[in-house]
Design a protein around this ligand. Structure first.
Ligand SMILES: O=C(O)[C@H](O)[C@@H](O)[C@H](O)[C@H](O)COP(=O)(O)O
Length: 312
């Protein structure tokens, strides 16, 4: 029976335009006793279609990558402001890949001036074990694409030790994080001793990996370590360090940012109710225990989502 309070609203040029296609499909699926009553529960950014899930997950589906970039910048800026107000600092962990380009609007007006960049502490949810100057380095990607353009404090950029083995780099990085949890630069979870990052930003690969947590890899079940390493990444380069799921799922906020039709099947398997027989992708294991999960998708990446579950 469909009786949850749902809302769909599409804003165009800052005016609310009801999406009559959805209204019609929803109307026909309601029983007599549950007449459709759709209204905007969420104030949307211009041009974004939001879908709320029952379990607290939020999906934000955008017409195109540019709209997603605007929405993502606003989301990050809002979390930065709230966290700095509450704790005096903003501890954010990044991944590599297209995420960095999609964060690009943070370097533009108004955010370049309105964000308190000096209060940011920047970490990597995963990093390739290569020199920081190497083209494959996630640090270099973020530095060139973002942090060289905004006034972050260099000592607040917590990159990995790139002069040691993957195993040692993971150990060293966990040690750095432990020190910063001790001094509360990074918050601590109330339910375990894990770091509680203010925000963990993840991309997703077409195989459903997040950070450097790849399908069927033994590190998916790592429970004790905060940061671990792999030397057999199916996506090159092979050597990487990665946050483990206990750390990702202890964050206050996690965003998974996905664009392009090549990831539509993985998005479906990660988000929709697929039943027990289908593969459990790493992206599906992103389930913050107390924090909030938001998926940022463009229409292409959302194209295989089960439309029926929009209304359940
Ligand atoms: O270093 C990495 O390889 C990443 O952190 C990885 O998890 C990435 O975020 C996804 O593979 C998505 O990458 P794209 O957005 O470029 O597809």
């Amino acid at each position: 029976m469909r009786h949850e309070c749902v809302c769909v609203c599409v804003y165009k040029n800052k005016e609310l335009i009801p999406d009559y296609n959805y209204f019609t499909s929803v109307s026909s699926s309601f029983s007599d006793t549950h007449q459709p009553f759709l209204f905007p529960l969420v104030v949307c950014s211009p041009m974004a279609l939001y879908r709320l899930e029952k379990d607290g997950r939020e999906l934000r589906i955008h017409e195109n990558a540019d709209e997603l970039r605007s929405n993502l910048a606003e989301y990050i800026a809002d979390l930065s402001e709230a966290s700095i107000k509450e704790r005096g600092t903003f501890a954010v962990a990044l991944s590599g890949g297209s995420l960095i380009t999609l964060m690009g609007k943070l370097c533009e007006a108004p955010y370049i001036k309105t964000i308190d960049w000096a209060k940011w502490h920047i970490f990597w949810a995963d990093e390739r074990v290569v020199a920081k100057s190497h083209a494959d380095s996630n640090y270099k990607l973020a530095k060139d694409g973002l942090f060289a353009k905004v006034p972050v404090i260099y000592s607040h950029v917590h990159s990995i030790n790139d002069t040691v083995s993957a195993e040692r780099a993971a150990e060293d990085y966990e040690f750095v994080i432990r020190q910063l949890v001790r001094t509360r630069v990074i918050n601590v979870s109330e339910i375990n001793d894990c770091p509680k990052f203010d925000l963990v930003l993840l991309g997703m690969g077409p195989d459903g990996h997040v950070a450097s947590l790849f399908p069927n890899h033994s590190v998916l079940s790592e429970k004790l370590q905060w940061v671990t390493f792999i030397t057999d990444s199916p996506k090159p380069p092979p050597e990487r360090i990665t946050f483990t799921f206990p750390v990702i799922n202890s964050a206050s906020n996690v965003a998974v940012v996905v664009t392009g039709g090549g990831k539509a099947e993985a998005a479906h398997l990660a988000i929709d109710d697929i039943g027990p027989d289908r593969p459990k992708l790493p992206a599906r294991m992103v389930q913050p225990t107390q924090g909030k999960l938001v998926w940022f998708l463009d229409i292409a990446a959302a194209s295989k989502l089960d439309s029926a579950s929009f209304w359940e």
